[in-house]
Design a binder for this molecule. Structure first.
Ligand SMILES: Cc1cc2nc3c(=O)[nH]c(=O)nc-3n(C[C@H](O)[C@H](O)[C@H](O)COP(=O)(O)OP(=O)(O)OC[C@H]3O[C@@H](n4cnc5c(N)ncnc54)[C@H](O)[C@@H]3O)c2cc1C
Length: 373
């Protein structure tokens, strides 16, 4: 910031370097620990952290192998999966069938559950030894905890919640696209002077490749004493609330502010139950306190990919729409014919949801009854 004509560096400085270019008398310089462009070539291969839970691969890891395969093919490099855990039998083979060329396994009892001290130390050491060009992690609660810790230790950049990843052909840099300024623009971010280039991607954004049992690859063990780095010891884990599994739902009936309160959401729940689906909401009902945040779809909620998404009383702002890009069929019910949701919908019903939804429930039940006769 400028005070009385003098440039002052305060705690708000992010070392972006904008002041260096702007200074009219070229009085400011910035010494950053950058990797010279010719040395970035030493870093190669695309890595994916394969998150596990209860000794099973989480779906987001397989989705990242899907986009990772595309990036590695463009760069003509290897796609490498990273597995950390206590029992990893069969997981590396599964990752190879979904596109990995090589899988590094770090097996240690201290890695049974995600623990940030042990996981950060293990992943950082492996990256420092092997020097990958790109490291992708799922933007899950654990991935969001792990990625910035590793990036800070490696002094490299991290782009969170990417919705698109590509390779800039001239430079080989990773183009990391994500919503910015409250979702009103899409920003494409590059990390030209630091390696590895790190990004997180939310579940359901990328598509996993189908498993190919004929694929072969290399499985390597990396010995690492993770226990010494653990900051906490997890004795047991239990779910304290019923999980809302929107990400895996096939049919979703979603309500917005137009549902007008918990009773309106109850009506939409009835439609969801009739269709064998799940209830979800836009951010408005969460902000109004009608329902728990677990049900929210969108930029700051969950990303969903159902076969059928019925949006009731939702206006269709970009922050909501980014969460339903993967839906096969979108049906919108809204009393405002100009509501933007209709631009994103395959079928639109203009009218009051409190009239339309009960009619739909009655009609669907009638059809279901006829089918069972
Ligand atoms: C950084 C940031 C992140 C955000 N993240 C998210 C997110 O993750 N998810 C999200 O959803 N939003 C998010 N938002 C908020 C978003 O911008 C909108 O405010 C929100 O999606 C609006 O919710 P809505 O469509 O339910 O309500 P409104 O925009 O108020 O729309 C209500 C709609 O209901 C219709 N309606 C009213 N009554 C009826 C009726 N009886 N029958 C039929 N139609 C009716 C109206 O015509 C209107 O179109 C975010 C915003 C920011 C800035």
């Amino acid at each position: 910031m400028i005070i009385e004509g003098m440039a002052i560096v305060n705690e708000g400085c992010t070392a972006c370097g904008a002041c260096v270019d702007l200074c009219p008398v070229e009085a400011i310089s910035l010494d950053l620990d950058e990797i010279p462009t010719d040395e970035t070539d030493e870093y190669c291969d695309v890595w994916v952290w394969l998150e596990t839970r209860d000794n099973r691969l989480e779906g987001v890891g397989l989705e990242l192998l899907g986009i990772g395969r595309e990036l590695a093919d463009i760069k003509q490099e290897k796609l490498v999966g990273i597995l950390l855990g206590s029992k990893l039998e069969g997981l590396a083979e599964k990752a190879i069938s979904h596109g990995a060329d090589r899988v590094w396994c770090i097996t240690d009892p201290a890695l049974e559950h995600y623990e940030n001290g042990a996981y950060t130390a293990a992943l950082t050491e492996l990256i420092n030894q092997e020097k990958p060009a790109i490291v992708l992690l799922g933007a899950t609660p654990d991935g969001r905890d792990l990625a910035p810790r590793v990036a800070a230790r490696l002094q490299t950049g991290l782009t969170a919640d990417c919705t698109g990843l590509a390779i800039e052909l001239e430079t080989g840099n990773l183009l990391q696209t994500r919503p910015a300024f409250g979702g009103n623009i899409m920003a494409t971010i590059i990390t030209p002077h630091h390696r590895p280039q790190m990004a997180t991607v939310r579940p359901q954004i990328m598509k996993a490749r189908p498993a190919d049992a004929a694929r072969t690859g290399e499985i390597l063990d990396y010995p690492f004493e993770s226990g010494a780095w653990a900051l906490t010891r997890i004795l047991s884990q239990e779910d304290t609330q019923k999980q809302v599994n929107l990400e895996q739902a096939d049919i979703i009936v979603a309500g917005g502010r137009g549902a007008d309160g918990p009773e309106g959401l109850q009506l939409l729940q009835e439609l969801a139950t009739t269709l064998g689906g799940t209830l979800a909401v836009s951010r408005a009902p969460v902000e109004e306190g009608w329902i728990a945040p677990d049900y929210q779809v969108g930029q700051t909620g969950k990303t969903v990919a159902p076969r059928l998404y019925i949006a009731c009383g939702i206006s269709g702002t970009i922050q909501h729409l980014v969460g339903i890009q993967g839906a096969d069929i979108v049906v919108a019910i809204n009393r405002d014919p100009k509501a933007p949701i209709f631009q994103a919908a395959d079928y639109g019903l203009v009218g009051d949801l409190f009239e339309i939804v009960p009619l739909l429930i009655t009609k669907i039940r009638k059809i279901q009854k006829q089918r069972h006769q």
